[in-house]
Design a protein. Structure first.
Lengths: 354, 142
């Protein structure tokens, strides 16, 4: 069966991870957690954005890398969609700042999307619709977060900072073509943040089974049924990565092997970068993928929803892989900081500012 | 620290994309851009953007007595850099680096950063800073 997604693909991809990392054992030391609490998460360190960074600056660098790989003129982009839950302004689009700073303005659509960790994935699906309909040729989709967590909350162990950008466009130019996609959403009280409240809260008992597992499994099974696919058809499986454990566990429930999941698992090294969490896994796989390989991508966002995509790599991937820094290059650029510096960088220290 | 929203908005192409002015008579590149070449006085200049160029660190200063609003960025490192191809000289913040890691000739690349903000409620000022290039692992650098 052929779907309209087939007319579209990924033209360029790029990521950004800040230089700074904090070890989870340092967070446990400060808040007195049992050493077993964070070991169960299967995350060693999380990335921390510096004092002059935010979701816009990180998204800008990921987008710049994606543009270099795409090899198109910025002015050819017809939409800039920015998925985040840590936008610098409550009102004033981040997308226009990035569009202006990369020379994409003024003839483009631009907006910020919000759906917890899944906003950028919604943007991705919207882009497939607009490109396959012929309304635009290229879209720039960015997932970027300096994820916030209440200091001392278990979420603080993993809430991290990173960005991923994808440029989507016609399949004839693509490094990877979309075969089919499927979305599964319901109203679920697993995680939220009210206006004027600085940190999100989570519904006890809701984050695992009724949220993460139910929605990802719903989306992936929906995709399988729609497109007639099964786990063994895929070379890679990339899921939303709130910690190192959940993706392996949801993959196992769906019938995937560890070998299919591990290449796209980035969370153990940088934590959960929210809107970039699954997409940076896709970027890492594209950094290494070979023509003809098939990728399953399933981002998830609280509230809750998941999208499943089947993506097939083309021979154009090889000429693009070395054109911009890879996920591994950013992973290797790291300096460990202590909780005090992390608290300063992420504005956790209360002070009066002029 | 208060700064002029109107002035920053007017100058955004220089702050965001390193818009500069190349002199058609002496060939030098003026940054920030100006309508008169500061090297030869010519009024015949063309617009260029330096965003895709790496640069070399010529000299830098470490500022411990920072201006109001920059307390959380202390110490600030301000560098004089020279772009590799166009030889434009740019004064800009140097970021993602510890003072002891810098040396003359360090190769840098431009990155958009959050330079300053007008208090808790005001506008956020984004502009280009420079940081040491991301080194590719196990591949040749171009
Ligand atoms: Zn001149």
């Amino acid at each position: 069966m052929s779907f309209s997604e087939k007319k579209t693909g990924i033209i360029g991809w790029g990521v950004y991870i800040p230089r700074w990392r904090i070890k989870l054992e340092e967070i446990a030391r400060i808040w007195g957690f049992s050493p077993t609490t964070h070991k169960g998460l299967m995350v060693e360190e999380k990335s921390v954005a510096g004092k002059d960074e935010d979701a816009v600056t990180m998204g800008w660098e990921a987008a710049k890398n994606a543009l270099i790989r795409a090899g198109i003129k910025p002015s050819e982009i017809g939409a800039v969609w920015f998925g985040t839950e840590s936008k610098p302004y409550a009102v004033k689009p981040s997308a226009t700042i990035i569009a202006e700073a990369l020379g994409i303005v003024p003839e483009t659509m631009a907006t910020d999307l919000e759906f917890a960790c899944r906003a950028a994935s919604e943007a991705l699906r919207i882009s497939l619709g607009m490109i396959s309909s012929g309304m635009i040729k290229y879209a720039l989709v960015i997932g970027s977060d300096t994820a916030q967590a209440n200091p001392g909350d278990v979420l603080e162990f993993t809430a991290s900072s990173a960005a991923t950008a994808l440029i989507t466009g016609p399949s004839s130019e693509a490094v990877a073509v979309f075969e089919a996609s499927y979305t599964y959403v319901t109203d679920t009280p697993d995680f939220w943040r009210r206006a004027h409240v600085p940190y999100p809260l989570h519904g006890e008992g809701f984050t695992g089974e009724p949220a993460y597992f139910k929605h990802i499994i719903g989306a992936v099974k929906g995709l399988f049924e729609k497109a007639g696919l099964k786990p063994s058809d895929f070379d890679y499986a990339i899921f939303h990565q709130p910690n190192g454990k959940f993706p392996l566990s949801v993959g196992k429930k769906l019938g995937f092997t560890r070998e299919q999941i591990l290449p796209g698992l980035v969370t153990p090294y940088i934590g959960n970068s929210y809107n970039s969490s699954a997409l940076i896994g896709l970027a890492k796989v594209l950094d290494e993928a070979k023509p003809g390989q098939r990728i399953l991508l399933a981002p998830f966002g609280s509230g809750a929803g998941s999208d499943a995509y089947s993506i097939v790599v083309t021979d154009k991937v090889l000429e693009k892989q070395d054109k911009a820094p890879k996920v591994k290059d950013y992973l290797d650029r790291k300096t460990i900081i202590d909780y005090a510096l992390y608290a300063k960088y992420r504005n956790l220290i209360l002070r009066i500012r002029g | 620290m208060k700064f002029s929203i109107a002035r920053f908005w007017r100058e955004k192409q220089a702050h965001y994309r390193l818009k500069a002015a190349k002199c058609k008579s002496c060939g030098r590149v003026n940054y920030p851009p100006s309508s008169i070449c500061r090297y030869c006085g010519s009024r015949d200049l063309e617009e260029i953007f330096l965003l895709n160029e790496k640069a070399k660190l010529l000299t830098w200063t470490i500022i411990y007595s920072v201006a109001e609003g920059f307390e959380d960025k202390r110490p600030r490192i301000i560098g004089l850099v020279e772009t590799i191809e166009t030889k434009a000289r740019i004064l800009a913040p140097i970021t993602d680096v510890l003072p002891e890691e810098l040396s003359e000739g360090t190769i840098l690349e431009p990155v958009l950063r959050r330079i300053n903000e007008d208090g808790e409620a005001g506008i956020i000022h984004y502009a280009i800073a420079y940081r040491p290039v991301i080194k590719p692992v196990g591949r040749k650098e171009d």
